[in-house]
Every structure is written in structure tokens, then in C-alpha cells.
Design a protein around this ligand. Sequence first.
Ligand code: FAD
Length: 302
Amino acid sequence: MGVTRSFFIALSKNQALNSGAKKWGLKLGAGKVVAGTDISSMMQSVKELNANGIGATIDNLGEFVRTKEEAIQAKEAILETLEAIQVYGVNAHLSVKLTQIGLDVDFAFCLKNIQEIVAAAARYDIFINLDMEDYAHLQQTLDILEALLKDYDNVGTVIQAYLYRSEKDIENLQNVRLRLVKGAYKESEEVSLQDKKEIDDNYLKLIKMHLQSPGYTSIATHDHHIIEEAKAFVKEKNIPLNSFEFQMLYGFRTEMQKDLAKEGYSFTTYVPFGQDWYAYYMRRLAERPQNINLALKSFVSK
Ligand code: FAD
């Protein structure tokens, strides 16, 4: 791991800075990649995306949930966002991290919380994506997904191409709506590919597999090479446009996002918002050092 990446990952985990940042409002350029700290400003951004033919998957940011009280608070905030999607009448669904609603506290408690969210979403016909976190939480996330799929079909998850086991997981989840990503965490050699080229190759392989399965495919990447290869494959195999979409993060490659939507592809932007923006932003800086320019420029001009 490069020094810069380690530095920003370390900053993202600093709890004092995380709590401090909740009181600051969006600072250090975070406003470019976080869509506000409250529902009404976030909804403004979602409306703008919708006006460009782009849907949203909304993430109520939240980190370091260690108690039942914090998890319940996060669940209530997510339910409030769900209501807001209805009230504002926007084209949006939700992305949820299970650790935010108690996965590290107690499995059964977390399952009950996500059941409540998925049931409420099902009443509005809104999809809920279970974001995939680090490897330590993967099996539990898939177990929770399996339990939810017994009663609901408005739920899916994320598969990370850097993991050796992902091909098997995709085979087992052929009917499920899946977001496919390269993978954002630092994982060991025992469980994951380390070489960028190997990860990219596996990513394309998994994309092709799921595009040919009944489950809906969300191709979530900023990598134009992958996007071009996916487009060519879809054309070659006559895969219907309504069986897949592209996804990118809010504030990244915004022109390309609009262009893909204009070309007629379904497109969804991942829209994070909330007071807990700090760790998310530090992870984005770690991922792409070019973003540091954003932070520095805004810091200097403040
Ligand atoms: P990279 O490998 O980062 O980039 C490939 C190439 O694309 C670069 O070399 C560059 O040429 C170009 N490029 C990339 N970004 C830019 C840019 N901003 N501007 C110009 N060129 C650029 N990970 C998880 O582990 N779990 C999740 O639940 C999860 N959800 C995600 C949801 C969405 C919508 C997205 C987009 C990503 C998600 N990720 C998730 C993160 C993902 O795993 C990757 O870490 C992240 O997307 C970086 O990889 P990449 O595919 O975008 O391409």
C-alpha cells in the first residue's frame, strides 16, 4: 500500500476527527463527492441527476456503530430517507451498510433491523442494496441476504472481483440483482487477487457471467476500458438494455455519467450524504490521489 493511501486510510479511521467533522459541515472539498449533510440538500442533488435521466442509490453515511442505540438511530435515519424518496417523488433507491445497523453488535439484531427496512421499502416497491464491506463481514452479509430473499425480492448485494470466491458466489446468486465492483478494501493474498490486471480480468469475467444470468446487473466502475468492453459484449450478445445498468459515485466523471445516460444506458449514481462524511471522503482520497488536489484547493481558499 502506498504511503499516501495508508495515510488517508489511517485518517479515515481516526475517531476524534470523525466526531469533530460532524460539527464542521462539509469541509476540505468534501462537498464535491458528498451530496450534503441533510435530506433536503441531498434531494436537490438527486433531482438534478434525475433531470439528466440518472437514478440514485442513496447512502446515509455512518461509521463506527458499536452499540444498539447507535444502530437503531441509523435505522431510523434510513427509514426517514425512504419516506423522503416517496415524498419528493424521486427516482432513487437505498444502499445500506449492515455494520451501520448493528452487524458488529449482534447478527439477529442486525437481521431484524434490515428486515424492517426491506419490508418498508417493499411497500413502496423500492430496492435495497446491501453494500459489501470488508472480507470479515462478507459471509454474514450473504447469510442475511439469503434470509431476506425468502420473503422479499427487492433486495440484492455487491460482489467484489478481487476475491477468489466471487465466481462461486455469482453462480449461487444468478437470479439476484447484483452490483459488481472491483473491491475497495485492503484484503490479504489468501483471499484476494493483488494484481490490478488480474482483478480487471476477473471483473470482466464476472460482469459477462451475470449479464447472461436472469438477475439484474449493476456495473459499478469509473474505468472506461471496462465500460467499453461491457458495451461491446452487450451488443454482441443482444443483451436487453433493461437487464443492466452502469453505476458511478457522486461527483466522479460527471460528464461521462450524463453521456452514458444520453446514449440510452440505464445509469445510477451512488449518492452519499449525512454528517458522517469524513471517513467516506478520506477513503475516496486514498483511492484516487488526484482528488487530493480538490481537498488542497478548497483548504487554501477557505
Ligand atoms: P479504478 O481501477 O480505480 O480505475 C481504473 C481507471 O479508470 C483509472 O486508471 C483511470 O484511468 C480511470 N478512472 C478512474 N476513476 C477516474 C476518475 N475519477 N476520473 C478519470 N478517470 C478515472 N466497493 C466495495 O468494496 N463495496 C461496495 O459496496 C462498493 N460499492 C460501490 C458502488 C459504486 C457505485 C462504485 C462506483 C464503486 C463501489 N465500490 C464498492 C468501490 C469499488 O470497489 C472500487 O474500489 C472503485 O470503484 C474504484 O475502482 P474503479 O472500478 O472505479 O476503477
